[in-house]
Structure formats: structure tokens, C-alpha cells
Write a protein that binds this ligand. Structure first.
Ligand SMILES: *Cc1c(COP(=O)(O)O)cnc(C)c1O
Length: 356
């Protein structure tokens, strides 16, 4: 069997969830959209089922997968519904829905439902993606109440720059949120992972941690609370071939790496078809049998190459970690000009196994 593996540490996941609650002193919706950022939504939901206040996903398809797997906890649809035909299903499966646009509000008003819905009404406090503008928010809120279709309203907003500790944007968004929702009864929800870790000023009744659950910092610079996160996914594979090359020899596609001296090259069974970033430069950190090592040469679809010159003990069968406890996926993302979110979501073809 091909040796690439992603091992998911469920105990670490639970610790990270508890940290989100502890830091926020609020209820926490575990954000498990996009197959729990590549970790497996059903397995992650089951691991958190006994303690999570609820879950959040991107769409009803993701929510129904969880319901089919027996998850009974509240599930929020972060973008609400995409068509009016989803509303009866939302009621039937007891889902919570965001309402972020006028057309959704009208759809709810027009639809007869078996029971009233728990609605999260979204304010655009400055990100300018979805949500009601501050001047329209109270009217939308009162229309929802008057519709008779809701059992409760949570006021929510989303931050655009909470991962930038020095940006004033988050404070501005917080102030906009407080002003627009003032006097409107009901719980509030402002914080994603970076805000849960770094913005206590954004206090509210619910937090919505995603990335931090998986033990990964959203910050590009060291951050005190993020030091307490425990990596959940460890991505490894094994050396499948070793060759000794003299100086001046190219390795892999495009000869991006040329040996400077006698070099022992290890070929590892992992590539960009597994989600490892093709743009990883020469020198990208890996861990070879627990010791720091580096990538050399271009990443190909199914294989990549590492430098074993300083790892004489390593050979065919040696384990190489690409991210996890030894190699930070956030650091890897930075080197590849992307974000850890994308690397985790891109994981594919690699079998996942779960450890408690
Ligand atoms: C994805 C998402 C989150 C989680 O964001 P993280 O940065 O992963 O914590 C929270 N809220 C909303 C509305 C989202 O779409």
C-alpha cells in the first residue's frame, strides 16, 4: 500500500475546542465546513459530539451528511440557504440558518414552515462580502421577528482582518457591530479563530472557531494564546527510493535543484495530487525520522524528493513528516505564499486514520 497517511489526533482536537471556550467564556460552534478543513467532518463531529455546543458548515449538503451520521447537535448553515427549496429541509432537520440578504428574508416570509427557525442574522460590519448594512440591520431584524417564522435571532458578524494584530480594522468592525445591534435583544457572535485567540474586545455569546480547532495558528507572527494549540493532523509518507548523486546533477522536473556536492536523495511517496503544495521551494522543512530535513527539487504529482545527505540512518522505508507536530503547516503555508486553511482543505487521496 502507498505509505502516505494523515493521522488525526482527536484528543488534541478536543483540547483545542476547550481552549476556544475557555478563552472566550462563550458557547462555541465548531466550524467543520469543507470536510472539517480536510480532517473529516463526520469523524470530527463525532469526536466533539459529547461536548460541542453545536457545529457550523457552509451548506445544507454538509449539514445533512452530519444528520445522516447521527449528529443531533445544532448545526448552523454559515451562508444560509442558496434556494427557497431548502427551507422545508432546514425545518425538517432542525438546522439553524444564517440570513445575510434581502432575498433570503423574503423567501422566509413567503414560506410556510412546519416549525419556526433559529436564525443568525448577519451584519456587514465592514468585510463587505455578505450581510445587511448597518443602516438596514434593525429593519431586517424587526421584519424577521414580525414574520412569525423565527424562534430566536442571533446577531452575527465576521471579521476581515482579525489575523492582523496591528490593524485597526477589527476594532472598527467591533464598534460598528455594537452600534448597529444596540437595543436589539438576543445573543451575539463575532469571533472566528483569530478573534477568539487575539481579540477579547470582541466578546459575545457564541464563538465560531474553525482553524484553531485543528491546532493551527491563523497568525503569521507568534501569539500567546496560539502557543497553547495542539496540531491535530500529521501528514507523513515514506522514502521509496534512495540514490547517491555526485555534484552537478539535476533532480526532478525542470532541474530546479542541482546538487552542489555529493548528495543522497530520498524519493518520498507524496505529491501535489495529495495536496502538498507544488510551489514549496528548495529547502522547505520536513522531518525525516523525527529530525529536521529539507525538500529539494520540484514537487511532482505523486512523488517529491528530500535531502538525505545528513541523514545517514535514513533509507527506504524511513518516515517523513510534511506537517504536524514537528513541521508547522502555518510555517509551510507562509513559505509557499498561501495559508494553512488552503493546505489543509486541499488534502486528498491520502487515507486518514484517527487516534483518540
Ligand atoms: C469559516 C468561518 C468561520 C471560521 O473561521 P476560522 O478562521 O477558521 O476560525 C467563522 N465564521 C464564519 C462566518 C465562517 O465562514
Amino acid at each position: 500500500m502507498r505509505p502516505a497517511r494523515a493521522v488525526i489526533d482527536l484528543a488534541a482536537l478536543r483540547q483545542n475546542y476547550r481552549l476556544a471556550r475557555e478563552l472566550s467564556d462563550a458557547r462555541a460552534l465548531a466550524v467543520i465546513k469543507a470536510d472539517a478543513y480536510g480532517h473529516g467532518a463526520v469523524a470530527v463531529a463525532k469526536a466533539l459530539a459529547s461536548e460541542a455546543d453545536g457545529f457550523a458548515v457552509a451548506c445544507i449538503e454538509e449539514a445533512l451528511e452530519l444528520r445522516a451520521a447521527g449528529i443531533r447537535a445544532p448545526i448552523l448553515l454559515l451562508e444560509g440557504f442558496f434556494g427557497i427549496d431548502e427551507l422545508p429541509l432546514i425545518a425538517e432537520h432542525d438546522l439553524w440558518t444564517v440570513i445575510h440578504a434581502d432575498w433570503q428574508l423574503e423567501a422566509l416570509e413567503r414560506t410556510a414552515l412546519a416549525r419556526p427557525l433559529q436564525v443568525w442574522l448577519k451584519l456587514d460590519s465592514g468585510m463587505h462580502r455578505v450581510g445587511f448594512f448597518p443602516q438596514d440591520y434593525a429593519a431586517a431584524y424587526h421584519r424577521l421577528l414580525a414574520s412569525g417564522k423565527v424562534s430566536g435571532i442571533v446577531k452575527l458578524t465576521h471579521f476581515a482582518r482579525a489575523d492582523e494584530p496591528d490593524s485597526p480594522a477589527t476594532s472598527v468592525q467591533i464598534a460598528t457591530f455594537r452600534a448597529a445591534t444596540e437595543g436589539l435583544p438576543g445573543p451575539t457572535s463575532l469571533r472566528n479563530s483569530p478573534a477568539t485567540l487575539g481579540w477579547p474586545q470582541a466578546a459575545g455569546d457564541w464563538v465560531r472557531p474553525g482553524l484553531m480547532l485543528y491546532g493551527v495558528t491563523p497568525f503569521a507572527t507568534p501569539q500567546a494564546a496560539a502557543e497553547r494549540l495542539q496540531p491535530v493532523m500529521t501528514l507523513t509518507s515514506r522514502v521509496i527510493a534512495v540514490r547517491e548523486l555526485p555534484a552537478g546533477e539535476p533532480v526532478g522536473y525542470g532541474a530546479r535543484f542541482v546538487t552542489a556536492g555529493p548528495t543522497r536523495v530520498g524519493v518520498v511517496a507524496l505529491g501535489y495530487a495529495d495536496g502538498y503544495p507544488r510551489h514549496a521551494p528548495n529547502g522547505t522543512p520536513v522531518a525525516i525520522e523525527g529530525r529536521p530535513g529539507q525538500l529539494i527539487g520540484r514537487v511532482s504529482m505523486d512523488m517529491l524528493t528530500v535531502d538525505l545527505t545528513d541523514h545517514p540512518q535514513a533509507g527506504v522505508g524511513s518516515e517523513v513528516e510534511f506537517w504536524g507536530r514537528q513541521v508547522s503547516v502555518a510555517d509551510l503555508a507562509e513559505r509557499c505564499d498561501t495559508i494553512p486553511y488552503q493546505l489543509l482543505c486541499n488534502l486528498k487521496r491520502v487515507p486518514r486514520s484517527y487516534r483518540d
